[in-house]
Design a protein around this ligand. Structure first.
Ligand code: SAM
Length: 344
């Protein structure tokens, strides 16, 4: 069944929050879209930003006068009001329709609504809220099936007894940002190595946030959707912060250039003046894993040979220092990890 919600009487200043909640409830509880009488760019933007992060193709239209919209609607109309019929008594009939427009009001709705509506439905005969009325109506309508609706977004909240559990779909983020398949493949390779290094370091008794390493490694080159120049690290931070990535991950993206770009080098490269050297262990791991991925995985000596000619001695010194530091923390030469990944 195609289900659209119509929100009547939206007053931009007063109903900002409540109308946003009507829209979010409509989206979460299984409606296909919402139409709002008053034009409101802000609400459109916040609903679209929820779609961008959490997925789905829920639509929103604002500035659509009710009379014309109701007249052109070629399905049935259910108006939610405390004066209506009991929801449990009319729902079987409502479910038989192919298209349903659910109308919710604000303070007072025009008397015409009661006549135009095919169903006036009460969620109990006490006054309460359009948000609650809509949620319970959709729960009845879908017989609870909204609970299993898949949104397939770049992030998914996993049910958890304690604390937050969020699963991110990094490949989807990279695609959505506009990265090429080549960049995506590279990020996957870097992530595989970075996570392996992080695990080794953790097993060796050091504190490492393996999830942040995975996120940072998968997204380190997301800025390449905009440019392949060094500015991709700045663009990457901008894109990833729009996707709600935490500061820890943004820092990994910003500090993954070479084996660290100091302030002096940053100025020469045309980056905004500051030090971009990796500081946290997670930042060092991703920067180094990135160095060890060319067309395939490669040893630090191979990278050093290339850098010596192309970038210079200072960069090579930093590369080897980083390699030794991480190898010591991992209790194994990182080249060994590279070799094993290469063999698999
Ligand atoms: N007197 C109004 C009415 O018709 O229900 C109450 C206004 S209420 C603040 C805003 C909206 O919430 C109403 O337009 C209606 O859509 C919805 N609503 C409130 N209580 C409801 C109830 N018991 N059953 C169904 N809808 C309700």
């Amino acid at each position: 069944m195609e289900v659209v919600v119509y929100r009547y009487g939206h007053r931009i200043a007063r109903d900002k929050r409540i109308t946003t909640h009507v829209a979010l409830v409509a989206r979460a509880f299984g409606a296909d879209g919402i139409v709002i009488d008053t034009e409101d760019d802000k609400i459109e933007e916040s609903v679209r930003s929820v779609n961008a992060r959490f997925g789905g193709d829920f639509f929103i239209k604002t500035g659509i006068p009710w009379r014309k919209y109701f007249n052109e609607w070629d399905g049935r109309i259910a108006h939610l009001t405390m004066y209506g019929e009991r929801v449990d008594e009319v729902m079987d009939d409502i479910r038989r329709n192919k298209k349903l427009l659910i109308v919710v009001g604000s303070e007072k709705v025009p008397g015409d609504f009661y006549r135009i509506a095919d169903y006036n439905v009460a969620i109990g005969n006490q006054p309460h809220s359009e948000v609650a009325a809509l949620a319970i109506f959709l729960h009845f309508l879908t017989k609870g099936a909204w609970l299993d609706k898949k949104f397939d977004g770049i992030m998914e909240i996993l049910p958890s007894k304690h604390g937050k559990k969020i699963k991110y779909n990094y490949i989807k983020m990279l695609r959505l940002a506009g990265c090429s398949e080549g960049v995506i493949k590279h990020c996957m390779k870097v992530a595989k190595l970075a996570v392996e290094i992080a695990r080794r370091i953790k097993e060796n008794g050091h504190n490492v946030d393996v999830e942040a390493v995975e996120a940072g490694a998968m997204l380190h080159d997301i800025g390449r959707a905009k440019t392949h120049g060094i500015m991709h690290i700045i663009e990457g931070v901008k894109i990833a912060s729009r996707y709600g990535m935490p500061k820890k991950v943004l820092n990994i993206i910003e500090r993954h250039g070479g084996a660290g770009i100091d302030e002096e080098e940053a100025i020469k490269l045309g980056l905004p003046k500051k030090d971009y050297s990796p500081i946290a262990i997670e930042e060092k791991i991703v920067a180094h894993a990135d160095n060890l991925v060319g067309n395939g995985y490669r040893s630090v000596e191979d990278v050093a040979r290339i850098w010596e000619k192309k970038i210079g001695e200072k960069a090579v010194r930093k590369l080897l220092k980083l390699h030794n530091e991480l190898s010591k923390l991992a209790g194994i030469d990182i080249n060994e990890i590279v070799k094993r990944l290469k063999e698999n």
